[in-house]
Ligand binder design. Structure first.
Ligand code: SF4
Ligand code: SF4
Length: 363
């Protein structure tokens, strides 16, 4: 029987997990963005001087990638903020590409020009994940504070597709764009690309005056939305539109060997801190995108020491006993990161997640 690339990838991730090899790295190159999405957990204004000052230089990211490769990193996600606002992004991308990683880029596509599309087509990433925030200028105006963002994103997507660059689309659902689902799915279908939904909107990872969670769907609305989306995809012939898992875990949780995931004494059931890590724009190595803590300092201590420290820190994250014994846990997306951003504690049940799980079970 032949093995698909996906199966091979899962096998590699499972093996890396059991050997504690940091196979999947995610570099958040900036917290700044040209859009101002209401629900973003990190976005800062494009000219935020303080953020610019704390961002790590291209040299630092490139050196970190070298060190991570020596420790076994194979998959690299370059994300933000918006990666294309960095004038040195081209250099970071070219140098990390030359290291042989399987690279994915996350972008909102609004800054893609014909020159960028042409440049990327010469050394294409494995794929590009593009978030669309709505299906019209009106929705982009409401969600991102920039109505022109819609046209720019569509132009960017079509430029990349015209260069045969492998991409997939996703949307982050909130109150203001939930009604756009059909049009977005049709947009993806027309272009023959996969489409995914980010359905969990987390509170801000960093201290900030805005509250992304105030824009998210209520538990009841979200479950209704999920049911609608499932039906939409079910009713489609398989070859016309594929649904993709698209939350913040999608890069690393597609793991088939459950035996390796289940460890009763481990708060993390996903690969975070075992074979996957995140590095924030200001240089913290954390288990995943949602977390500011626990963290180690790879730029100061070197990758290897920081990775070892992160694993130790993750193993001391407390398990939520109530979640562990909860009859709803099979219906719940509870994990240390989500509990922490929702409640401030790794081991305290979160009301939003509990309500979601309750409704999901009843259905
Ligand atoms: S800790 Fe939670 S949010 Fe983070 S990758 Fe794991 S399951 Fe996903
Ligand atoms: S968050 Fe609530 S529903 Fe989910 S496992 Fe914990 S106690 Fe159960």
């Amino acid at each position: 029987m032949s093995t698909t690339w996906g199966q091979l990838g899962n096998k590699l991730i499972n093996q890396a997990k059991s050997k504690k090899i940091p196979i999947a790295g995610q570099f958040e190159l900036t917290s700044r963005c040209n859009l101002k999405c209401k629900m973003c957990y990190v976005a800062r204004p494009i000219n935020d001087k303080e953020a610019m000052h704390s961002e790590r230089s291209a040299e630092e990211w490139i050196r970190l990638a070298h060190e991570a490769r020596d420790e076994g990193m194979l998959y690299l996600l370059l994300t933000g903020g918006e990666i294309f606002i960095r004038p040195d992004f081209k250099r970071i991308y070219e140098e990390t590409s030359m290291m042989g990683f399987n690279i994915e880029l996350y972008t909102n596509a609004t800054m893609i020009t014909p020159e960028i599309a042409k440049w990327l087509s010469r050394i294409p990433p494995s794929r590009i994940g593009i978030t669309m925030y709505g299906a019209s200028p009106e929705t982009y105006g409401k969600v991102c504070g920039n109505a022109n963002g819609f046209e720019s994103a569509v132009r960017g997507i079509d430029l990349l597709l015209s260069k045969d660059i492998n991409l997939w689309l996703k949307t982050t659902v909130i109150q203001d764009n939930a009604k756009d689902f059909d049009e977005l799915a049709e947009f993806a279908e027309k272009r023959g690309v996969e489409f995914g939904i980010v359905n969990y909107i987390s509170p801000r990872r960093e201290d900030c005056s805005t509250c992304p969670e105030s824009h998210r769907l209520s538990p009841k609305e979200l479950i209704e939305y999920e049911l609608y989306v499932d039906k939409y995809f079910r009713d489609k012939p398989k070859e016309t539109l594929n649904k993709k898992q698209a939350d913040e875990c999608s890069n690393i949780t597609d793991v088939t060997d459950k035996k390796l995931i289940e460890n009763k004494n481990d708060a993390f059931k996903c690969p975070s801190g075992k074979c996957a890590f995140w590095v924030t724009w200001d240089g913290k190595m954390t288990p995943c995108a949602l977390m500011n803590n626990p963290h180690s300092s790879p730029f100061e201590k070197g990758f290897s020491a920081a990775w070892n420290e992160l694993q130790d820190l993750c193993s001391s994250v407390p398990i939520c006993r109530e979640c562990d014994q909860c009859s709803l846990k099979d219906y719940c997306m509870s994990c240390p990161a989500r509990l922490q951003v929702e409640t401030g504690f790794y081991d305290k049940p979160a009301q939003y997640l509990c309500e979601l799980a309750k409704i999901r079970k009843n259905l």
